[in-house]
Write a protein that binds this ligand. Sequence first.
Ligand SMILES: O=P(O)(O)OC[C@H]1O[C@H](O)[C@H](O)[C@@H](O)[C@@H]1O
Length: 286
Amino acid sequence: MTDFVFRNIDNSAGSATISDRGAHLLRWRPLSQATDVVFAPSSVVVAEGRPLGGGVPVIFPWFGPGFADGHGLGKKPNHGFVRTRQWHLDAESFSNSYAHYSLTEADVPSDMLPWFEGDAVPSFRADYEVHVADTLTMTLTVTNTGATPFSYEAALHTYFHVSDVSQIRLTGLEHAHYEDATNGFAPCEQPDEAVTFDGPVDRVYASTAAVELHDEGFGRTIHVAKSGSAQTVVWNPAEPYGVLVNDSVNEEWRHFVCCEAAACREHAVRLEPGESHALTQTLSAA
Ligand SMILES: O=P(O)(O)OC[C@H]1O[C@H](O)[C@H](O)[C@@H](O)[C@@H]1O
């Protein structure tokens, strides 16, 4: 087993912590803010095969249980295999503001490949670049390095730190169509109003728009821009979630909301040999 390595990235504009396992960013704070903007859980269970909580899990090559031909596939682990894999850090370019990780099919257990039954074993390279400053930019680029096409789903599953999820408003999705995962992915439309969180929310919005999280409790608005993504996933469980290590963890769901740039379900990416696709999310707070 390879050791877990957590790296601090720190400069005059912002700071973050990232794990080599999963290339999982665990927290980010621009120096203008008194508290982290990317939510760091109070406890992280560090164990082989178990995803780290909070932060920004990188989701690839399937979202949730996977999806094909109009239905969920029941694949495990949930959200694909890369968030528990050991990624390679490009040590030469690692700095106090930048990290570049990569991973290929050689880093994946062979029983996970191919990820769609009937496909040839895919050859791919995933590059994940993180720029840390008063903005945070994360880019996942997947390249088909083989001779056969493949499809994949991906998301930057970002946990945002909020004062009280029941008091925040998420704008930018007005009139967008969404699938409601709390109701069998029923098709719905966001009315001409902000998304609010009075109970469990788990939605896949069809939207390329930037969104804003308005948080009066923390006196700030978080701006989330993206590219290469036709969907925005919005999630809060409205109840204790994950590994409940202690009482403070029981209450953590009140202090995060997930807003994720995604390419999933009907908008999975298809790559022909030699093609690449980049999924980018850029965060700022004021
Ligand atoms: O527990 P995880 O595998 O990290 O998934 C946490 C959540 O991620 C996404 O936001 C999905 O839309 C949810 O359905 C899922 O429950």
